[in-house]
Design a protein around this ligand. Structure first.
Ligand code: COA
Length: 336
């Protein structure tokens, strides 16, 4: 016999966003000596002027907790209304149990479904797409999606290719049901033949070998990643707009992964975004916070431009894997 059930929600939307930025501001001048670089070089090649590094009292969980509490409070819901938690991260220092279970336990709702996503800088957008589908199918009612990283734990401060790029922070959104379309179809995928372009090595197994020393740090083939992002990601972003019935002319905001200012500018140019589109450029003061960068940049853009609340935006994440995901969204309404 065929299954008989109805899907209760035809749409979902982002109800609120929250962010946590570590208190320690690190200007380029604090990075340059160890990598034989200069403030000028870093600004010109990446657009980064400063970034935040978490201190010893700021962990993946404490940052995720702060961002989540702010997002939940702004949503008008309470923690008990959240029935699923998705945490996107590559820097939670335990393989299991998940960061999501520690987070939801500390938030005070230990019965919610909880799991982590390992999709690096695309993780948050993967999570938004999954949350939207969980709600539309009736599997979940309100989903907390968190992007959080403490990349300073897994970056070699002497590596010229990464030390000036990566940073720490957390961002979170609450996603719930909606009468109208608030989250467009996700355009996602991998270019896994280039998975060597960003690696975290050595493996834990390598480090277990007797006498081995070291630590898993991120390494990156900068030019490969740069070319991939600039040439491959603009068509993905345009497709995500198209399937949601939007065009560059009808879009209000563009909130790409904050990888590098040159990548953001090249994508905007290639997509032919008109001047009217507000572009998130939070990388300048936050660095690249991987899975956390899109929600942190969303929070910063809405603080700077409150008129964008409730307007359309295109979000896109891309990074290690290589993996990517993009969707058009309606930005959350202003908190009451
Ligand atoms: N400071 C100063 N000089 C540096 C440097 C640093 N940190 N790193 C490299 N250089 C020098 C090199 O020695 C080289 O000098 P040379 O021309 O005299 O030989 C020159 O800069 C170019 O080196 P290259 O490695 O080709 O740098 P690049 O132009 O590719 O720039 C990145 C490096 C990392 C800024 C660039 O590749 C990039 O933005 N990649 C994308 C990274 C990114 O956004 N990743 C996140 C994805 S999620």
């Amino acid at each position: 016999m065929a299954l008989t059930f109805t899907t209760p929600n035809s749409h979902s939307r982002i109800l609120s966003v929250g962010a946590y930025r570590p208190s320690r501001i690190i200007p380029n001048s604090e990075i340059v000596d160890r990598i034989d670089s200069s403030d000028e070089w870093i600004r010109e090649r990446s657009g980064i002027e400063s970034r935040r590094f978490a201190g010893p009292d700021e962990s993946v969980i404490s940052m995720a907790l702060a961002a989540s509490k702010q997002a939940i409070s702004r949503s008008g819901l309470s923690v008990s209304d959240i029935d699923a938690v998705i945490v996107a991260t590559i820097t939670y220092p335990f393989q299991t149990p998940s960061a999501a279970t520690e987070l939801i336990m500390k938030l005070g709702n230990p019965k919610a479904a909880a799991f982590d996503i390992s999709a690096a800088c695309a993780g948050f957008c993967y999570g938004v797409g999954m949350a939207a589908d969980l709600i539309r199918s009736g599997t979940a009612t309100n989903v907390l999606v968190v992007g959080v990283e403490k990349l300073s734990d897994f970056t070699d401060p002497d590596d010229r290719g990464t030390a000036f790029i990566f940073a720490d922070g957390a961002g979170a959104v609450v996603i719930g049901k909606s009468e109208s379309a608030g989250i467009g179809p996700m355009i996602w995928g991998s270019d896994a033949e280039s998975r060597d372009a960003i690696l975290m090595t050595p493996s834990w197994i390598d480090l277990k070998a007797p006498g081995s020393v070291g630590w898993p740090d991120i390494s990156m083939q900068g030019q490969t990643v740069f070319r991939w992002a600039v040439y491959q990601m603009a068509p993905v972003a345009l497709k995500a707009l198209d399937v949601a019935g939007l065009t560059p002319e009808t879009l209000a905001a563009f909130i790409p992964h904050q990888a590098n200012m040159r990548i953001i500018d090249a994508m905007a140019k290639s997509m032919k975004l008109p001047e009217s589109v507000a572009i998130a450029r939070d990388v300048r003061v936050s660095g690249n916070t991987s899975a956390a960068s899109v929600p942190i940049a969303m929070d910063a853009l809405l603080a700077e431009r409150p008129d964008l609340h409730g307007k359309s935006a295109l979000i896109i994440g891309f990074g290690a894997g290589l993996v990517y995901a993009a969707q058009a969204i309606e930005l959350p309404q202003a908190p009451k």
